[in-house]
Design a protein around this ligand. Structure first.
Ligand SMILES: [Fe+2]
Length: 219
């Protein structure tokens, strides 16, 4: 039995080119501001697993889908890498796509930019409730302005992501963002980690969704 401490996340900065990532900040900020003029991007939906049932499930942030599924929308498809293909937006964010190609994935699935021009809070939520389902993803940002946290529902304790990237348990703890009042955004890339990266991860035999926290707790 592995004991896992929450709230927690695994810092992925040591495994990626943070300098190259942060160098994309001005480019992405500029592209997002251009898209705002059209305001055509879909609203981000937290899903049904909110910490506070009265909190907004569509808190105001929007999504840019850099890949789209060829099948009808289903949250449980986000790591079925074979059904995802680049969207027209991928070309608009080509330098970001080039960076994504350097990440430790054998294959990639869903890719999203989540942004909010007004930096509203994102309601604390879990992504799903299947403890044996461990999504392999990297959460990224090009600046440190989005106050993004993990939250332990038992203690209310929050752990804010400090760096540019994270992998986290989306099932046994909550995550969300505080309001910043100014443009904030983050990027999430789902897929299948490559063998070299997977070999670093102490996947638990049970409650596989906890893998990122088990890894984080291992130091
Ligand atoms: Fe989420």
């Amino acid at each position: 039995m592995t004991s896992v401490r929450y709230p927690s996340y695994k810092n992925i900065d040591p495994y990626i080119d943070v300098e190259r990532l942060s160098a994309l900040d001005a480019f992405i900020t500029d592209r997002l501001r251009q898209r705002l003029e059209g305001a055509r991007d879909r609203q981000f939906y937290t899903g049904p697993f909110l910490l506070d049932a009265d909190a907004p499930a569509r808190p105001g942030s929007r999504m840019i889908e850099l890949t789209r599924s060829r099948e009808p929308e289903d949250y449980y498809d986000l790591d079925r890498t074979e059904i995802w293909e680049p969207s027209p937006e991928a070309a608009e964010f080509a330098p970001l796509m080039d960076f994504v190609a350097t990440l430790p994935f054998a294959a990639t699935g869903r890719m999203l930019i989540m942004y909010d021009p007004d930096g509203r809070a994102v309601s604390a939520h879990k992504d799903h409730d299947s403890a044996e389902l461990c999504h392999e993803f990297i959460w990224l940002r090009t600046n440190l302005s989005k106050p993004f946290y993990m939250l332990d529902p038992h203690t209310g304790e929050r752990d804010y992501v400090a760096g540019y990237s994270a992998w986290f348990d989306t099932v046994n703890q909550f995550h969300g963002a505080d309001a910043s009042g100014e443009l904030s955004f983050s990027i999430r890339i789902d897929g299948v980690f490559d063998d070299a990266f997977r070999s670093l991860i102490p996947f638990p035999g049970k409650n596989r969704a906890a893998a990122a926290s088990v890894w984080a707790n291992a130091g």
